[in-house]
Design a protein around this ligand. Structure first.
Ligand code: BGC
Ligand code: CA
Length: 294
């Protein structure tokens, strides 16, 4: 492992997750699901800010219309959200309600794609039953279940070709690939990567511009890049074991920010910090919810 990551914010997130690069705000946002916080790291000035929420956000993306964010909440609702400096987080219109009949579930990871849709997963909050599903939410708010049987649904990652999406069941240590049809339907589910015990669990993921897939290793203390054919290319070591997700950021999309979790790892001094490394490759621009970002 040649490259190393450096700590940029000792945020002590209990469950840091879902990093998002906002070019408009020149900042990386991420959620602390267990800590019920959203955190913001300003790129050019290194500023740090945070908002507390009553109903924890499990992920957030930007709205395509420049009117704030869209977030998935622990209560399985997808809502509009405003985050203004120095003000309380303001939850707005509800876009969708997921699984009203599954109170034991919560939302987990979610991402927008370049067609302005959302891809989101749910999971058993106790991480025991395969009660979670994978959903697509179209720009008009229509919710479609596209797969089920997940214990811990994680890391949806659209590939640069717009025709493939990766999605994980962390508990099964398996990353799946699907083909995306022109209408957003999924087909051809297949095992793309399987983690062994020594690798920990595959958590959040993101694709780079060359189609490489960067996967955070929960209980594996690293982020790995896999080539489009699923073979391991390289890994970046972290000084904490619970690595949760990563995102490309910066005007040139050439900086990789990595979130981590302190939950269950209080003995690790840097657990829950935000890290940065030089990935040596560029990422894909962030996608927003609501319209085509092409
Ligand atoms: C979930 C955690 C889970 C972890 C590893 C995260 O995305 O939010 O609850 O423990 O993945 O499976
Ligand atoms: Ca995750």
């Amino acid at each position: 492992m040649a490259q190393e990551a450096r700590c940029v914010w000792q945020a002590r997130a209990s469950l840091g997750e879902g990093p998002l690069w906002s070019p408009r705000q020149d900042a990386v946002y991420f959620v602390d699901i267990r800590g019920s916080r959203i955190l913001r790291h300003g790129l050019s000035d290194g500023s740090q800010a945070g908002w507390e929420l009553d109903d924890a956000a499990c992920w957030l993306v930007e709205s395509a219309y420049g009117d704030g964010f869209v977030a998935g909440l622990r209560s399985r609702r997808v809502v509009r959200l405003r985050l203004e400096p120095g003000q309380a987080a303001a939850v707005g219109e509800e876009i969708a309600r997921i699984e009203p009949d599954r109170p034991g579930n919560r939302l987990n990871d979610g991402k927008a794609d370049r067609d302005g849709r959302l891809w989101i997963g749910s999971m058993d909050d106790a991480e025991e039953a395969p009660a979670g599903s994978f959903y697509r939410i179209d720009a008009d708010g229509t919710v479609t279940k596209v797969d089920d049987g997940y214990t811990v649904a994680n890391g949806p990652a659209p590939a640069p070709d717009g025709r493939t999406i990766y999605h994980t069941d962390s508990a099964a240590r398996t990353v799946y690939a699907f083909d995306i049809g022109t209408d957003g339907s999924l087909s051809g589910k297949r095992v793309h990567i399987r983690f062994g015990e020594a690798d920990g669990y595959p958590d959040g993921m993101t694709c780079d511009a060359e189609g490489g897939l960067w996967i955070a290793h929960w209980d594996g203390a690293r982020v790995s890049r896999f080539r489009p054919d699923g073979t391991l290319d390289r890994a970046i070591a972290l000084p904490v074991s619970r690595v949760t997700s990563c995102v490309f950021a910066g005007p040139d999309l050439d900086r990789l920010f990595i979130t981590t979790a302190a939950h269950g790892r209080q003995d690790e001094p840097l657990a829950g910090s935000l890290f940065e490394c030089d990935p040596g490759v560029r990422g894909l621009p962030p996608c927003r919810f609501g319209t085509s970002s092409r």
